[in-house]
Design a protein around this ligand. Sequence first.
Ligand code: SF4
Length: 697
Amino acid sequence: MSKSSSTIRTTCPYCGVGCGVLATPQPDGSVIIAGDPEHPANFGRLCSKGSALGETLSLDGRLLYPEIGGERASWERALDLVAKTFAETIAEHGPDSVAIYGSGQLLTEDYYVANKLMKGFIGSGNIDTNSRLCMASSVAGHKRAFGSDTVPGNYEDLELADLIILVGSNLSWCHPVLYQRIIKAKAERPGMRIVLIDPRRTTTADQADLHLAIKPDGDTALFVGLLKSLAERNAVDAEFIAESTNGFGAALDVARSWNLERVAEATGLSVRDIAVFYDWFAETTRTVTVYSQGVNQSATGTDKVNAIVNVHLATGRIGMPGMGPFSVTGQPNAMGGREVGGLANMLAAHMDFEPANIDRLRRFWRSERVAQKPGLKAVELFEAIAQGKVKALWIMATNPVDSMPEADKVRAAIRACQFVVVSDMNAATDTAVEAHVRLPAAGWGEKNGTVTNSERRISRQRPFLAAPGEAKPDWWIVTQVARRMGHTAAFAYERPADIFAEHAALSGFENEGNRDFDLSGLMHAEYDGLQPVQWPVRAVRSTARMFTDGRFFTPDSRARFVAVAPPPPLTPPPGMLVLNTGRVRDHWHTMTRTGKAARLSAHMAEPFAELHPDDAIEKSIRHASLVRLENRHGSVLVRALVTERQQKGSVFVPMHWTDRFSAQGRIDALVGGQTDPQSGQPALKSAMVVAGPALAR
Ligand code: SF4
């Protein structure tokens, strides 16, 4: 598409690739969507979801006016009620009796003010986000290894690598444009190899040179064994280990007993396949290991991340072109949320809860109420709500009644909560219908701000449509409530650019290059015309790669090996299957947006359960028949998809379908509340379920 004078440059609101989009509104009200050829994430490409964005902009289901108790109300009344109820709850029960639960769909400016209100002026750490479900284990793993939550490399590294290892990542469906970039590079450079490590034979396996159909949660054993193998064949970078790291000896001590046979037993892989993988890793200097939800959404997710990072530190393959561990995020602004303290255990400007950082915020925000300790992480937060400890909850742009583990319990907790506010585009998500107060939020195409993608690249989301009805941007809603709670001067923003400038100024405040996150070079940048840029941005530089000098953000500037021990294999009890949940190619989260585009539903029209033929025979389940999955948490009814792509002993069900789109149950109702102890990320891929023909009940 040629760019017309009415074309607006913006960013796709779906996954963490963060593709640039050209949106051109038409006189008939439609919008033509095309990839932005100048955006460095996608160079003009879009996937099926991105290219269908114009078909998802109808006002069907939109929340257009504020509501109190289901009745239309003025903004004045609704905002007064939210501010008054939060203030009274805090006065009576203390700051930890209130909470905000946000989303990787929020723009950085929205996130910044929500975090500032909760951690800076209410004085509680109780702001967490659905990004906890997405990449919290990567954050924890980065911090353990690097002393900071820093993604070292960038997308170009995936094109420069000679070996790409995809771990727990169906990149072809979940980050399609990044996958297209890799496949193009592979076509141009046939020597390039791809290894996929995934229990399922996904479409990503179709282009892989080696697919390791690993047992669920076998990843740590595979990478611990690789560390031992590298050391034995002297394929480590002794100089880098000596100059830039600590803890190699301890990590190797744990790895010593993990020979090929033991790794084979723990992973379910053949010794031959493991040896091929280890050979390829040892001999290929330009190696990138990409990992996603199959690594993060596990009770041992942080250990998996560190097992991966360990082999890159051992070989010195980090911070250089075509090398490094690379976490890809599921959401468009998971990274932006991390930057501003959207996670309960982080402060603004990427800072940890340490006394010096709390004091820095106290002085920068001129507030004596800065939270002194981390708040409740997502699963803990909904438990606290169920226990009546959190009495007022504000949910922004997300749908935890469908997407949280133990989803039925989460719904019951929200129903029992004394005061629930939902600000959302949608009037009738399974969460919004439970709210006492509903606040209409502006959506994609209407909002104005920034997002940060998986390679630390900040891009603008620009509006090209007027917000419908009385919908308002999230930053405005938060700011109005904050002012009504008495914080007028601290929330005197007139527009998102004011918030971004403060965010940039805070990142540079008392930061002499000793923290990873720094936007001081953008403090006075022209906001409307801001070009995509990778942080840190000091002076006017963009930063393509981190750790290029072998220096990290730990106190002694050395990276840390973490001595991780593989967990016992995840083995289902007799008669049960391991439940793996995930995405399909053309839907997004709980389908509030993609459910509006008929052509996106044409790819997969209904929820399904992928089963191995042996399990199907054993359980008398026929292909395309209805199957019931159940455990002590709940039950769902879905269509059986019997396929060799699925590993025996496990079942895959997509996460998207909800009570709104299917009367057959929500899959996250079957997932238990187990979390990774380091990150608090729920184990969304290891529930145990019984499967049987639906008519057997
Ligand atoms: Fe949007 Fe991700 Fe597709 Fe790019 S790859 S168009 S960011 S969904």
